[in-house]
Design a binder for this molecule. Structure first.
Ligand code: XMP
Length: 326
């Protein structure tokens, strides 16, 4: 029978065998996958591990703080924070194509890690030493959808599997590669990862970068972040967090529609709510949210976010739609 204790024991052995006494680096995204992967590797090789948190500027409101406060406080893991917000914005300037965005974000992400790895080695004063391994919170569904599994199609290049640059200088450690999300949560709880992180809804590595249809700009990110924070706050207030798998909030950056507010005509952007119910993200159904919750979210977003004058609901299952819009 499957049980988290066995998975941990088995993975700890595997990680030790793979890594030996080399140094290991891990990217923390704030999500359950990277957090549990980091906790597992820390269990296996202790302070050979340094975690790196890349603030790529595509995060939701408050997420940087959650990584530093919740996860680091609970685990005591060594953390290096890299502020790469400008770098990602520059790299994404003028780019609208979804797959190109994903590839750019994935590529920049790895490069930032390579720089961080060098600094980690220098900071430790370990001259001649190298950070040889990179931990990734890749799950089984990521492997399958990126064409890593048998008979699988490459639907999207999930940046934690595909899209790595040819000159990648890390060997990957992927202790969650055989697990589904619910299994990762069980492993996380068993490892003592805080519940607030273990029960966090999934959020894609490329972050808000793939939730802005059209070019990613600082202004659009600010708009989407404000709308997303309102939606999350109201869903939590309504007690719906465990009922929905996740609720992407999407900004249609290249679409405008006419509206009216006060005495004036507006010409703003629509926000799409994409609440879905799912077991493993391979298939999903749209969540029948209560109308009064939808009404509150819509009223608040259009009142509080000036650039948004319309809120629409995505009522598409997966398939044929994917959960994310890009
Ligand atoms: P789709 O849009 O393919 O999403 O139905 C399935 C699940 O995967 C998440 N997702 C990602 N996660 N890196 C990630 O770590 C990615 O590039 C990525 N793209 C999608 C998505 O949020 C959903 O939970």
């Amino acid at each position: 029978d499957w049980n988290p204790g066995n998975v941990i024991a088995e993975q700890v052995e595997r990680i030790r065998a793979q890594v030996g006494d080399a140094r290991v680096i891990c990217g923390l995204s704030g999500g359950v996958d990277s957090s549990v992967a980091a906790a597992l590797v820390q269990r296996a090789v202790g302070d050979q591990l340094t975690c790196v948190f890349v603030d790529h500027g595509l995060l939701r409101a408050g997420e940087a703080e959650q990584v530093e406060q919740d996860f680091v406080a609970a685990t005591g893991v060594q953390l290096k924070v890299v502020d790469a917000r400008e770098r990602f914005l520059t790299a994404l300037a003028g780019v609208s194509d979804p797959e190109t965005k994903r590839k750019i974000i994935g590529r920049e992400f790895i490069r930032v890690f390579e720089d961080a790895a060098r600094e980690v080695v220098e900071d430790a004063g370990a001259h001649g030493d190298t950070v040889k391994f990179l931990v990734q919170g890749t799950l089984y569904p990521d492997v399958v959808e990126s064409g890593g599994g048998e008979g699988a199609a490459n639907i999207k290049s999930h940046h934690n599997v595909g899209g790595l640059p040819d000159d990648l200088q890390f060997e990957l450690v992927e202790p969650l590669r055989t697990l589904f999300k619910d299994e990762v949560r069980a492993v996380g709880l068993e490892l003592g990862v805080p519940e607030v992180i273990v029960w966090r809804q999934p959020f894609p590595g490329p972050g808000l970068g793939i939730r802005i249809v059209g070019e990613v700009t600082a202004e659009r990110l600010e708009t989407l972040r404000a709308a997303d924070a309102i939606a999350r706050e109201e869903l939590t207030r309504a007690g719906l967090d465990r009922e929905i798998w996740q609720c992407p909030v999407v900004l249609l950056g290249d679409v405008r529609s006419v509206g009216v507010q006060g005495d004036g005509r507006t010409y703003g952007h629509p926000i799409v709510l994409r609440p879905v119910s799912s077991e493993d993200a391979m298939t999903a159904d749209w969540t029948r949210l209560p109308y009064d919750v939808l009404a509150t979210i819509s009223t608040r977003i259009t009142n509080e976010v000036p650039e948004v004058n319309r809120v629409v609901l995505d009522v598409t299952s997966k398939p044929p739609g994917t959960i994310e819009w890009e």
